[in-house]
Ligand binder design. Structure first.
Ligand code: ARG
Length: 461
């Protein structure tokens, strides 16, 4: 492509370090779409003839179907997707192919292609997260009354409902979707026509190509347009936070399925056995979701390091933006889908959950609250009294509700039979009706509201 200035072929090592076709071939659809928009604009502006533009467009369509059908031979000697496409175009339509590269450069080309690619990733991620939320909200509605232990410090804290726990992840996914949608807004400007770095002397119409490619507007500064990779970084940052959320949920699934805990069972579809221990049911999918987070965060860190300290405008370093990002996006996509599958299929063990919810004096706060409400005791005093009662129960090796009333009254004589009613895990969760609290009726309302919202989103498409 630059034979005019060169007499020697590149060294094999030069070719090896320089080549990007193995990665950027995944941008072929975007590359062809951008080239078609560019050619049509060049013709509309009288920069190339309508006939050349027509032939270029037809040739590009042929290449699109050749690549789609796996009938295209990518050549490493041609370095990247842009030159592979252009060289094939020359074979197909002859010298007119050489006019396509008027008023553009591979710098604005690759920036445009990758923006289009990441935009697709953002849209697919949003849809996958919506499906994840749907599965969570459906299960939450079904499990709104299922009592389980809630934890702080991984110690039994207070009873919650399983539905409430699931709905927490709906909220996290909502924030993730917000971050992806936000990234999309900033991403959606077109670098095309920035050319190598300085713009062009040809009378191009950047607004037209931007519009054709679904961008909101052209990027305002040509130097920025070719050297910006914020759109990848921002998407990877949002992806990293999302992956962290999924890894936390995955870890909970690993804990819950341990025979030591036994709060849920995973379906056979999301479990593996052991080649040596016939009894094993391993939560491999959850463990791998937990681990895939490393790839996503790794991709973010990798690209931050590539970009750090790069002067304007395009530097070849930036070619390293794609591989890690694509792998990170693929890892996140798989993680979201795996979590969705596990959520749909998992089987709670309500008896075990209920028993565990009552272990560890989980309703002690309910007793303290009763003392405050009924005896008008200051909460700090109630906390102290309840602490002594828990101490007695622990010494006797019984649950709170198993401690004889007389023993409680030895600590606080005004405690009556009615106090015992608040010690059940069911009444504990039922009482937590404050906004955002775990009461089954709250959970049902939240789950229904989300299901409605998700349905509305689907209808709007
Ligand atoms: N393959 C290159 C990349 O991914 C395309 C841009 C090449 N530009 C250049 N000036 N060498 O970044």
């Amino acid at each position: 492509m630059w034979g005019g200035r060169f007499t020697d072929r590149p060294d094999a090592i030069m070719e090896e370090i320089n080549v990007s076709i193995d990665v950027d071939r995944h941008l072929y659809a975007q590359d062809i779409a951008a080239s078609k928009a560019h050619a049509a604009m060049l013709a509309a502006q009288g920069i190339i003839t309508a006939n050349d533009a027509k032939n270029i467009g037809k040739g590009l369509d042929t290449i699109l179907s050749e690549i789609g059908a796996g009938k295209f031979t990518f050549k490493r000697a041609l370095e990247d997707i842009h030159m592979n496409v252009e060289s094939r175009l020359a074979e197909l339509i002859g010298p007119a192919a050489g006019r396509l590269h008027t008023a553009r450069s591979r710098n604005d080309q690759v920036a445009t292609d990758f923006r289009l690619y990441v935009r697709d990733v953002l849209d697919e991620t949003d849809a996958a997260l919506a499906a994840f939320q749907q599965a969570l909200a459906e299960r939450a509605l079904e499990q709104a009354d299922t009592v389980m232990p809630g934890f702080t410090h991984l110690q039994t804290a207070q009873p919650v409902t399983f539905g409430h726990h699931l709905m927490a992840y709906v909220e996290m996914a909502a924030r993730d979707r917000g971050r992806f949608q936000d990234a999309r807004k900033r991403l959606n400007e077109s670098p095309l026509g920035a050319a190598a770095l300085a713009g062009t002397s040809f009378p191009i119409d950047r607004a037209a190509t931007a519009k054709k490619l679904g961008f909101d507007r052209p990027m305002a500064n040509s130097l920025d347009a070719v050297s910006d990779r914020d759109f990848v970084l921002e998407t990877l940052a949002a992806a990293s936070i999302c992956a962290v959320h999924l890894s936390r949920f995955a870890e909970e699934i690993v804990i819950w399925t341990s025979p030591l805990v036994g709060l849920i069972r995973l379906s056979d579809k999301f479990t593996t056995g052991s080649s040596i221990m016939p009894q094993k049911r391993n939560p491999d999918a959850a463990e791998l979701v937990r681990a895939k987070t490393g790839r996503v965060i790794g991709a973010l860190n990798g690209l931050l390091i590539v970009m750090k300290g790069l002067p304007l405008a395009y530097q070849k370093d930036m070619q390293e933006d794609k591989q890690g990002a694509m792998e990170g996006f693929a890892a996140l996509s798989l993680a979201i889908r795996a979590m969705t599958g596990m959520v749909r299929d998992l089987v709670p063990e309500p008896d075990r959950m209920r028993a565990a919810a009552g272990e560890g004096y989980a309703t002690a706060t309910d007793l303290a609250d009763w003392l405050v409400r009924t005896l008008k005791m200051p909460f700090r005093d109630a906390h102290h009294v309840t602490g002594r009662i828990v101490g007695l129960a622990a010494k006797a090796g019984v649950a709170l509700h198993e401690l004889p009333l007389k023993e409680m009254q030895a600590v606080e004589p005004r405690i009556s039979k009615e106090a015992l009613a608040v010690l059940s895990v069911e009444s504990s969760v039922k009482s937590r009706t404050s906004y955002g609290g775990t009461a089954p009726k709250n959970v049902r309302a939240q789950a229904k509201a989300w299901l409605k919202r998700l349905e509305k989103e689907r209808k709007l498409g």
